[in-house]
Design a protein around this ligand. Structure first.
Ligand code: C2E
Ligand code: MG
Ligand code: MG
Ligand code: MG
Length: 287
């Protein structure tokens, strides 16, 4: 009987695609047309402060549905960088994220965090594109947070510093994403006008194995440097508790919420999540 009851399930991305030249070519051409064909959209995942019991921000995460397949952002963002499409896609993300955040201001006072590729940051149009997104959306600059990655230290660091200083002057805040996975050290981060570091989820998932030694050390240094610290990839009550005991209160991960469509952002409430026993793993993610 089961087969008469089928629901449409999304087709999983098969990484074999990347080994077939033909399929890879289709993916490239597809990505070139993704914007005009309106195949890109954003989801938003809350970053919460469990001490202040509030939602700090929602991270905008790009989604691409191509021929009914959800292509993972790790794949298509890298492809966009290689194809020279990341600036255009990144500008679209910035505008859409700011527009969404300005709409949810009625229900959620939270800001929006936008991932910025290093190519995009170093592009001549970068500051203008940030200003443009703020202007068209009417979003207060203080509500916009930009997440850059450690690859910024492999490029033109003076240009990066200049660009970041300019956007910071607008009131926008800056975070270093996936901290600890790249080549940067906290002393390098001191060269950039950064407000926050997001410790990579790898260090959260390894908590049990290593007793959180990296998290402990990073947390201490971040506090010394007056930087905010966010832990990403929190999936379990145990991890939440561990981070809380370390004094890390700004958290993000499936334990609190999976990334949500904009329509669900307004209804997201932190207290519900914290008292619910059902959300240790979001059902959609458990399969
Ligand atoms: P990221 O910026 O580090 O984003 C967090 C990623 O971790 C997201 O993956 C999110 O869905 C996932 N995640 C959140 N909580 C958990 C958890 O508890 N456990 C696990 N295992 N994963 C969790 P996603 O959406 O697949 O994005 C992957 C990466 O793609 C992002 O990593 C970011 O580097 C990049 N990306 C996504 N959207 C954009 C964009 O608009 N622009 C740029 N430049 N990069 C983007
Ligand atoms: Mg990020
Ligand atoms: Mg991250
Ligand atoms: Mg990450």
């Amino acid at each position: 009987e089961q087969k008469y009851n089928r629901v449409a399930t999304p087709v999983m991305f098969d990484s074999a695609i990347l080994h077939s030249l033909n399929e890879k070519e289709k993916l490239k051409i597809g990505l070139e047309q993704a914007l005009e064909k309106r195949q890109l959209r954003l989801e938003f995942q809350p970053i919460v402060d469990i001490k202040q019991q509030k939602i700090l921000s929602f991270e905008a995460l790009a989604r691409w549905k191509f021929n009914d397949i959800d292509v993972p952002p790790a794949i298509f963002i890298e492809l966009a960088e290689k194809q020279g499409l990341i600036v255009e896609i990144g500008e679209w993300v910035l505008v859409q994220a700011c527009l969404s955040a300005s709409r949810w201001q009625m229900q959620q006072n939270a800001g929006v965090s936008v991932n910025i590729s290093t190519h995009q940051l170093l592009h001549v149009n970068f500051i203008r594109s940030v200003q443009h997104a703020l202007t068209v959306s009417g979003l207060a600059p203080e509500k916009l947070n930009l997440e850059i990655t450690e690859t910024v230290f492999c490029g033109d660091i003076d240009q990066a510093r200049k660009a970041l200083q300019e956007v910071k002057t607008l009131g926008v805040t800056i975070a270093i994403d996936d901290f600890g996975t790249g080549y940067s050290s906290l002393s390098q981060i001191e060269q950039l006008p950064v407000n926050c570091i997001k410790v990579d989820r790898h260090f959260v998932s390894n908590l049990a194995a290593n007793g959180g030694v990296i998290l402990r050390a990073t947390n201490m240094m971040a506090k010394e440097m007056a930087l905010q610290i966010v832990a990403e990839g929190v999936e379990t009550e145990h991890q939440k508790q561990f981070l809380q005991n370390l004094g890390i209160h700004a958290l993000q991960g499936f334990f609190f919420s999976k990334p949500l469509p904009e329509s669900a952002v307004g209804d997201y409430a932190l207290t519900q999540t914290l008292t619910s026993s059902e959300n240790t793993v979001a059902p959609e993610l458990a399969k």
